[in-house]
Design a protein around this ligand. Sequence first.
Ligand code: SD4
Length: 302
Amino acid sequence: TAGLPIIISTWDFGVAANQEAWKILSKGGRALDAIEAGARIPEADMKNHTVGRAGYPDRDGRVTLDACIMDEFGNCGSVAAMEDIAHPISVARLVMEKTPHVMLVGDGATQFAVEQGLKREKLLTPESYAAWKKWLKTAKYSPVLNIENQQHRPGSKYNHDTIGMLAIDAKGNISGGCTTSGMAFKLHGRVGDSPIIGAGLYVDNEVGGATSTGVGEEVIRNVGSFLVVELMRQGYSPEDACKEAVNRIIKKKPETAKQIQVGFLAINKKGEYGAYAIQEGFSFAVCDDKRQDLLIPGKSFY
Ligand code: SD4
């Protein structure tokens, strides 16, 4: 348990994102603003190949980004498979605030972002291009997504991916955001859980919020983040709710679950938080008035 305001984020790189968000939260700012500002940090990080600008491309060499955002009123916005715009979290917010819609995809999302004044630019970096060329030499598209699992081995330099963020501001209002380049070398057009409200992210200001990371297909199948929030509504602690959601994935597809990583992170209205993952190696970052750089290893089934 922590005091309010508070922000929590997936993976080690959540620490830097939280610190940026904290600049807003600590001054009494709105959770939604903190989420957007925080998520833009890994999106801009050139060393981060799983979120934003330097994200690994799909198997056709195209960088396609997914993100969503949700506020305390149940407003939400999302972009999926969007190319050529470096900050999908901001486009998701613009979809939420400037359109009657929730979700824009592909060219339509890019077109909308440009109309809103965002810069159209090529996102594929030399490092990402080189990684894609290397992958092409042996490219076998496997729906088991072993690449992803390797990214989660403890100590691996790829031990981080999608950033999911949940914040409660000083007024007690909850918002969340999620942004990713998705599975490295995915099929062109593939969309994961991250931009899908209820799967990669869900916020209910009466109850709490949840977000997910890992193999999105299994999260979508179980409407994971909505499930976590509904379990908290029924009285589960954040950690127990995340554990039950992971358990559903394992129960439904036990053989698949052995091969993949999925992690959930949740916070309830009181500011209590928790996380659970299928595999070892998951971590999350917490920031409140006591600690701005706390990193906690996630618990796992295996
Ligand atoms: C997805 N959940 O696209 C995202 C990416 C991720 O580990 O978190 N990968 O499925």
